[in-house]
Design a protein around this ligand. Structure first.
Ligand SMILES: [Zn+2]
Ligand SMILES: [Zn+2]
Length: 412
């Protein structure tokens, strides 16, 4: 039950109300001069009670209200404009805002001073709230500042509504089984994505990516216009991503539909990305999860195939030594073009030799986030110190690299 309205204006408010008379204010703008006084009343109701208290009859309007230009009588027109502007899009939560002629807002503040009210509420705040209420009543959607699907901006001077459709965010985990697939779309270096002979007009260095494979059925299901992919880190193109897979968040931009059959999307991926990408735990996510996934720095486990002629005993000795030392890694040569050149300190958390044959051996490593494993094995021309090659005193070459697990949850 809503509490009974309370309204008991002090004498100063009654005096201000008397000074507000004769200015041609509409009931909404008159009442809003005292908008922060009392609870449970609309501004026209405030207006009515104040005018009863000071003994003036309800004002007859003569021409448009000097504050709002009778905007508050035409809110349904703005509701219609909002609905038209978002036509074709599914939305359940919304936020309303409005753009005003600054002179009108300044004139309102001047009025507060002239009348001597300390309880005024701005026309803009009232407009946003009242428009939201009506839009909510008309559609059943939920108005408020949190996680809107769509933001409406009523541009009052121009007489139209601008909409911003917010992304639909999904998260999941992916396994990558294909050693030729990059995680995200790589624009062609020659043409920066415009399309040229070098990339056969695709604008891309690689025909496909994990991002594009996963996004495709979601774009179809939502009618979205594009996507943004955020992985919890990334693996090299030629590395597989195994185990429980890598957490990711995908934003679908300007989706027309938000009610999506995600199990059907996963099933579709099972066909379209077969033997290349597998997706699990696909669910709707909150927008904050984008930052959570990007900022997470979990430990990772790898399997590394190495070429190099070393006795097993020596490898084990070197691994034992490696576990006791922090690694200083200068930004690898191969990524220096896109990352700042600096030295970072990382640790190998666990390491063991799992397989050995003449001329090659296989390691399993667990490392801190951000460790460049290939460089730690090969040495990267001394940019990683210590490195396994130096510890063994022989040149080493990484033959393959698989990510076995991302340890982002306790379960792993
Ligand atoms: Zn008005
Ligand atoms: Zn190109």
């Amino acid at each position: 039950m809503t509490p009974a309205p309370t309204f008991d204006p002090p004498e100063a408010a009654l005096e201000a109300a008397r000074r507000a008379e004769g200015r041609g204010l509409c009931p909404e703008c008159y009442g809003r001069l005292f908008g922060r006084l009392g609870h449970g009343l609309t501004n026209p109701e405030r207006s009515e009670r104040l005018r009863a208290a000071i003994g003036t009859p309800p004002a007859m309007s003569v021409g448009p209200c000097p504050v709002c230009g009778d905007l508050f009588d035409r809110l349904d027109v703005w509701v219609d404009r909002c609905l038209r502007a978002a036509d074709g899009f599914e939305w359940h939560r919304f936020t309303c805002g409005s753009r005003w002629d600054p002179e009108r807002l300044a004139a309102e503040e001047t009025l507060w001073h002239e009348v001597g009210t300390e309880w005024g509420e701005s026309a803009r705040a009232a407009m946003n709230r009242e428009l939201g209420k009506r839009l909510g009543a008309r559609t059943g959607a939920e108005g408020g500042p949190d996680r809107p699907d769509v933001v409406f901006l009523a541009d009052l001077p121009v007489g139209r509504v601008e909409t911003t459709v917010l992304p639909l965010t999904v998260r999941g985990r992916y396994r990558k089984l294909d050693r030729t697939l990059p995680q995200t779309r790589w624009p062609c270096r020659r043409c920066q994505g415009r399309g040229c002979d070098h990339c056969r007009g695709t604008g891309k260095t690689y025909a496909e990516s994990v991002e594009e494979l996963i996004a495709a059925p979601l774009l179809t299901a939502t009618g979205g216009e594009g996507s943004r992919f955020h992985g919890m880190g990334r693996e090299d193109i030629d590395a597989r991503m195994l185990g429980r897979g890598r957490p990711f968040v995908l934003e679908i931009l300007r989706p027309r539909r938000r009610t999506v059959d995600l199990p059907a999307v996963v099933a579709e991926l099972g066909r379209t990305a077969k033997d290349r990408v597998e997706v699990e735990e696909l669910t709707l996510a909150d927008p904050e999860e984008v930052a959570q996934v990007k900022e997470a720095a979990p430990e990772k486990s790898y399997r590394v195939g190495v070429r190099g002629d070393v006795p097993v005993a020596k490898v084990n000795e070197a691994l034992d030594l490696a576990l006791t030392r922090a690694i200083a890694q200068r930004t690898p040569t191969r990524v220096a073009h896109r990352r700042a050149d600096r030295v970072r300190t990382r640790r190998i958390v666990a390491a063991r030799l799992v397989d050995a044959a003449p001329g090659r051996f296989t390691l399993e490593l667990r490392t801190e986030a951000g460790t460049y494993v290939k460089e730690w094995v090969e040495g990267d021309g001394g940019r990683t110190e210590p490195n396994l090659s130096a510890l063994l005193g022989v040149p080493l070459k990484v033959e393959f690299l698989d990510v076995l697990e991302i340890h982002d949850t306790e379960a792993a």
